[in-house]
Design a binder for this molecule. Structure first.
Ligand code: AMP
Ligand code: MG
Length: 389
């Protein structure tokens, strides 16, 4: 039941529930997924306006303006944001104007304040006024236009856009409720004393952060010991979650009871993914609850979450960029490799310690180079890079 990274994502997506639409105020919308297309209720700009502080005039009057041959226009009024100039700008005339203020009738160009000299009732231009400094009504978007599509993630810039479109609240998908449970007799909560052979529970906290970043509602459960009875009880008492993420207990060891429990008493959708790190990952179900078993190795659990679980939970594809290899990267014959790597400028460099237990590596390297099965890259070749931050 070895699956590819893509198959693993698809199988997890298939187990996730359909989600209802929740209308939320903009202040709570960040990180959610838009549930329906959003149209512009208004045009932006709502009127043709100035992009600069300066004067508005007829551009044709100023074509020859320069420092040596300044052009003098007569000031006939002012246009401020929210308070337009009522009249019309005629030949040889100018109106003081400020950023975002409506362009008066008759005017078609702007000269910025830095290129002006005051001269009593007149104003002197040291260069031509430009029509490119006019922002046209609806130049950004027009009322009725579909500007944001269902399914996009509401990043800060999209929340700002939704506000500019005139929406006080937005339709979003209900966030997935994800429970996180570490397993392992050796796993100890940070803050407790640690004896030789034990390890602090770092996976749960990395996963919590990643879930929050992915717009999920995450709940941390107490870590479970390596005992089939205790694990079974812990799994059976989980209520209200859409999916459970476990860490540890899915490898080949005698005490890997998450694996045994799903095989013997639950369902298995896959066990093992053709990837490194993260090969032992498992997907199954327990009494109707989808369970994604992440490997215990700290690097494996976070990499598997990022490249398989996150795209399935968010509906967003894994985002990659193409960069030039600064060191060679090898591929593996029958697995996708995700090598930890450091991005410097437009190049990406192999990180020295690739062991899946080297926790500091993810934090220090910050990126993964994706090497498809059977591929290889020499210095200067382009490779796919995942930024993991
Ligand atoms: P396992 O997958 O249970 O065989 O665990 C593999 C390795 O990951 C072992 O060295 C464990 O001690 C370590 N490990 C398991 N769970 C965690 C956790 N929650 N936080 C940090 N390390 C862990
Ligand atoms: Mg274990």
């Amino acid at each position: 039941m070895f699956v590819s990274v893509e198959e693993a994502r698809t199988l997890l997506s298939a187990l996730l529930p359909e989600r209802e639409t929740e209308h939320v105020p903009l202040a709570l919308a960040y990180g959610r997924t838009l549930a329906a297309d959003l149209i512009a209720k208004v045009s932006h700009p709502s009127a043709t306006e100035s992009a600069l502080d300066g004067i508005a005039c007829r551009g044709a009057d100023t074509l020859l303006a320069s420092r040596d041959t300044p052009v003098r226009l007569r000031l006939v009024g002012e246009s401020r944001a929210g308070q337009a100039f009522a009249g019309e700008v005629g030949a040889g005339e100018a109106v003081r104007i400020y950023t975002g203020a409506p362009l008066p009738d008759g005017a078609d160009a702007i000269c910025p304040v830095e290129q002006l000299q005051d001269a009593g009732d007149d104003i002197v231009l040291l260069r031509p006024a430009l029509s490119s400094d006019v922002r046209h009504e609806g130049g950004d978007f027009r009322a009725g236009e579909t500007v944001l599509r269902a399914g996009v993630r509401l990043t800060p810039s999209r929340v700002a856009l939704a506000a500019a479109l005139g929406h006080a609240e937005v339709p979003t998908l209900r966030p997935l409720k994800v429970a996180v449970m570490s397993t392992g007799d050796e796993v100890v909560e940070p803050g407790q004393p640690l004896t030789a052979g034990q390890v602090y529970n770092s996976n749960a906290y990395g996963l919590l952060g990643m879930l929050q970043e992915a717009g999920c509602q995450a709940a941390l459960l107490p870590a479970a010991p390596d005992s089939p009875e205790a694990l079974e009880l812990a799994l059976t008492s989980i209520g209200g979650a859409d999916v459970l993420l476990t860490s540890g207990g899915v490898s080949m060891g005698k005490y890997d009871f998450v694996r045994d429990l799903l095989i013997e008493g639950g369902q298995v959708s896959f066990w093992k993914v053709r990837m490194r790190p993260g090969g032992p990952a498992m997907l199954g179900g327990w009494r109707g609850l989808p369970v994604f078993g992440l490997p215990g190795n700290p690097v494996s659990s976070l990499v598997v979450f990022h490249v398989i679980v996150r795209p399935a939970l968010t509906g967003q594809p894994l985002s990659t960029l193409r960069l030039r290899a600064g060191t060679p990267f090898r591929g593996l014959a029958d697995k996708t490799a995700f090598w930890r790597a450091e991005v410097r400028g437009a190049e990406v460099f192999d990180y020295a310690k690739q062991g899946s237990g080297v926790l500091r590596s993810l934090s220090e390297a910050g990126a993964l180079v994706v090497m498809p099965e059977g591929s290889s890259a020499e210095v200067g070749d382009e490779v796919d890079v995942v930024l993991m931050g």
